[in-house]
Write a protein that binds this ligand. Structure first.
Ligand code: PAF
Length: 284
């Protein structure tokens, strides 16, 4: 497995592979890898001949007061995990190479970046779309894999790729969960033992939302209020939103429809967690 930090070096490696006829797959990450990331690598390797993982804690997607400084950076463990997963190459750029002084070019998807996560974390998606566009430009992958856990992120990135005609196949992989239902996330490692237990409130509230829809409740805002009430019933839980939306546009819904997505963001103690669940109704 090659580990490369320089833009020119990664370009040379990829172009040599392409000349050999290889299809290139990219799995962008911020490191602190867990089985969710490894599942992206495994899926990616089914579609390509050369799998490249990027590890870069992207400063432009963190707002003021967020966890950029303390975001986990266990590079040795991450490289070992990549090696074991059969990754061909890891790209670990320096901040100064991607954001040199006076850097001021941004890639931004419109309205979808301003709601939900974009509302709670202003500028977050501008940072995400900019870094992913830069990584795609450097690597020029045929395929890229992202997790469904970051539901709004994957919707926005797919839109970016479509809107600006990037010739990249986007593959979205299912959320990987702990055996008790907690969605795997690099931020779970911030949770105390007690808060780890409390964090099940996200999957429970999503389950509750789905059950209410399936049992015939048609008032979406009533169900959203119930999900919030469930989250608020735990001490140390501060929900930011609990909503049921259109799964493509993420717009609000007047009435239940055959396909929906329930999305939650909440603090559990000091840790901000997100989760979501696709909901299919046979007879809305
Ligand atoms: O999902 C993440 O880990 C990050 O937002 C991403 C896509 C790697 C961009 O920094």
């Amino acid at each position: 497995m090659q580990v490369v930090g320089e833009i020119n070096a990664i370009r040379e490696i990829v172009s040599a592979k392409r000349q050999q006829g290889c299809r290139i797959g990219c799995v962008p990450t911020m490191g602190a890898l867990h089985p969710g990331h490894i599942s992206l690598v495994e899926e990616c390797s089914k579609h390509v001949d050369f799998v490249l993982v990027t590890i870069f804690v992207n400063p432009t997607q963190f707002g003021e007061g967020e966890d950029l400084g303390k975001y986990p950076r266990p590079l040795e463990d991450d490289l070992a995990a990549c090696q074991e997963a059969g990754v061909d190459c890891v790209y670990t750029p320096e901040i100064a190479a991607l954001y040199p002084e006076s850097y001021d070019t941004w890639v931004e998807v419109g309205d979808m970046s301003t709601i939900l996560e974009g509302d709670c974390r202003p500028g977050h998606f501008r940072g995400v779309t900019t870094i992913v566009a830069k990584l795609f430009n450097i690597i020029q992958p045929d395929v890229a894999c992202f997790g469904a856990k970051d539901y709004q992120q994957q919707s926005i990135l797919r839109k970016m790729v479509r809107d600006i005609n990037m010739p990249i196949e986007m593959i979205i992989c299912p959320t990987i969960r702990e055996s008790d239902g907690l969605a795997m996330s690099s931020r779970n490692r911030y949770l105390s033992t007690e808060h780890r237990q409390t964090a099940l409130c996200l999957s429970k509230a999503l389950e509750m939302g789905e059950q209410r829809l399936k049992s015939g409740e048609t008032d979406i805002s009533t169900i959203e209020q119930e999900m919030l009430k469930h989250l608020n019933s735990y001490s140390d839980v501060r929900p930011e939103y609990a909503v049921i939306r259109d799964p493509d546009s993420l717009n609000e819904l007047e009435n239940p429809q055959p396909e929906m997505v329930a999305l939650i963001a909440t603090y559990v103690g000091q840790t901000r967690l997100i989760d979501n669940r696709r909901i299919t109704l046979k007879n809305p």
